[in-house]
Design a protein around this ligand. Structure first.
Ligand SMILES: Nc1nc2c(c(=O)[nH]1)N[C@H]1C(S)=C(S)[C@@H](COP(=O)(O)O)O[C@H]1N2
Ligand SMILES: [Mo]
Length: 193
């Protein structure tokens, strides 16, 4: 077994609980009305119902989760659909460099495509073999294990493929846009953005 201490980024501490952290209220999930769309610079815009989503090829990862406020939760088993699967279905134009992830409410985040096509990035609908709880982002959340957890948007409804990056909710409020926990990129240092 790998040494768990080596898996904890600088100035993070392991938690055995699973804190719930978000702005605003946990949204209601109505499977009849819920949809997941992919738009922007794509040849095939998508609109999937919850059932459509469950029929897509499944991916499972076990990954650690690092919140910028200082807690890390190790060994989380997520199941869902890899970002790559969605991207391939939507057929992005060559000019695409970024994706904006749009959640219920006003929460967004964004990432360069190269960070999202990693094989440990997925849209998760199950955690530890159970349906993902609403408070942890159910029915569907993004998981980006190699970034601080504010990049792992809960309650995702839309993905927008873009040529230029649109800054996300926390990224517009002074948090790092690159958000690498191993480099301890917590806050934006670029005064011009
Ligand atoms: N939609 C949405 N997603 C979000 C947030 C949020 O406020 N809204 N907070 C982020 C932050 S800062 C963290 S630490 C994680 C927390 O996930 P958890 O509540 O499942 O632990 O969700 C991230 N995803
Ligand atoms: Mo966080």
């Amino acid at each position: 077994m790998t040494d768990e201490k080596q898996r904890v980024p600088p100035n993070q501490r392991i938690t055995s609980t699973f804190p719930v952290l978000h702005v605003g209220d946990v949204p209601e999930f109505d499977p009849e009305k819920w949809d997941f769309t992919v738009e922007g610079l794509v040849k095939r815009p998508l609109r999937l119902t919850y059932n459509d989503f469950l029929k897509l090829p499944k991916a499972t990862i076990v990954a650690d989760f690092h919140c910028v406020t200082g807690w890390s939760k190790l060994n989380n088993k997520w199941e869902g659909v890899s970002f790559m699967t969605i991207l391939n279905l939507a057929k992005p134009f060559d000019s695409v460099r970024y994706a904006t992830i749009v959640a219920e409410g006003e929460y967004t985040t964004s990432l360069p495509l190269e960070d999202l096509v990693a094989d440990d990035v997925l849209f998760a609908y199950r955690l530890y073999g159970e349906a993902l709880e609403p408070q942890h982002g159910g029915p569907l959340r993004l998981i980006v294990p190699r970034k601080y957890a504010y990049k792992s948007a809960k309650w995702v409804r839309k993905v927008k493929l873009t040529e230029n990056q649109e800054l996300g909710y926390w990224e517009r409020r002074g948090y790092s846009n690159t958000a690498d926990p191993w480099k301890e990129e917590r806050f934006s240092t670029d005064k011009s953005s």
